[in-house]
Design a protein around this ligand. Structure first.
Ligand SMILES: [Zn+2]
Length: 248
């Protein structure tokens, strides 16, 4: 089933749940290679919702019976032409969370990716750690990138990933005010070799998992090679790559 339903999102409207709050702590994926995850614990609290009930859900996993996982890529530092070919040939509906200051003049590469089926989403203008920043600053980072992506691609992204996975209630307010409908973290993160680590729960990919694929720090293995390795793992578990927006 690919329809959105209110029950589709594990953490929707429930960011005080330990599982979700844990994933929102120290970042371990795209932006924090090598750090230990801040596992869920009873003393980790999600931000209070400030009396607003229109704030976007924070998700690291989607509840679904479909045998899908979601591949998400951050920043936009790697512009591997082979990756465009891979996305096209394998028809991979991947999500690219772009930061303007990282992409710089490289938006053409992402236009090509979009043309072959990738989606483009928001990862701020300049990649600050948002938690604790004033509303105006957080809003400028999120809405500013919405405007950039709109002018570059004519789109209005609905999904936002906070840099380092760190956020607070102000982030959720600002995101909502910029048109964001879901804040996307991850349960699994690929390391430099394309092997997976998990922010919470038992290791092993499960249907509905959101996977973060960080930019590589070295030229080898390439993004294409790391993704191919992930695809082998995904297929080995009888899973396929789903389009995240169809589930959020
Ligand atoms: Zn990032």
């Amino acid at each position: 089933m690919r329809r959105r339903s209110p029950a589709a999102v594990v953490c929707a409207g429930a960011i005080l749940l330990a599982g979700c709050a844990g994933a929102a702590g120290e970042h371990t994926g795209a932006d924090g290679r090598g750090q230990s995850p801040a596992h869920a614990s009873s003393d980790v609290r999600g931000p209070d919702r400030g009396g607003r009930d229109d704030l976007p859900p924070v998700v690291d996993h989607v509840r679904t019976r479909d045998r899908v996982v979601f591949l998400t890529y951050d920043d936009g530092a790697e512009r591997d032409p082979g990756f465009v070919t891979l996305v096209r040939e394998r028809r991979l509906p991947v999500s690219m969370f772009l930061t303007d200051s990282v992409v710089g003049p490289g938006y053409g590469h992402f236009a090509r990716l979009r043309a072959v089926g990738a989606s483009i989403q928001n990862h701020t203008l300049d990649h600050p750690a948002l938690r604790g920043l004033p509303y105006a600053g957080q809003r400028a980072e999120i809405c500013g990138q919405q405007h950039k992506l709109r002018s570059r691609f004519g789109i209005r992204p609905r999904l936002f990933r906070p840099p380092y996975g760190t956020y607070d209630t102000t982030t959720l307010r600002a995101a909502a005010d910029c048109g964001i409908t879901a804040v996307v973290l991850w349960r699994a993160s690929a390391n430099a070799e394309g092997e997976l680590t998990y922010t919470r729960g038992r290791p092993g990919l499960r249907p509905g998992d959101i996977v973060s694929v960080p930019s590589g720090e070295t030229a080898s293995p390439t993004l294409t090679e790391r993704t191919e390795r992930l695809l082998r793992e995904i297929e080995r578990r009888g899973l396929r790559v789903g389009r995240l927006e169809d589930y959020l």
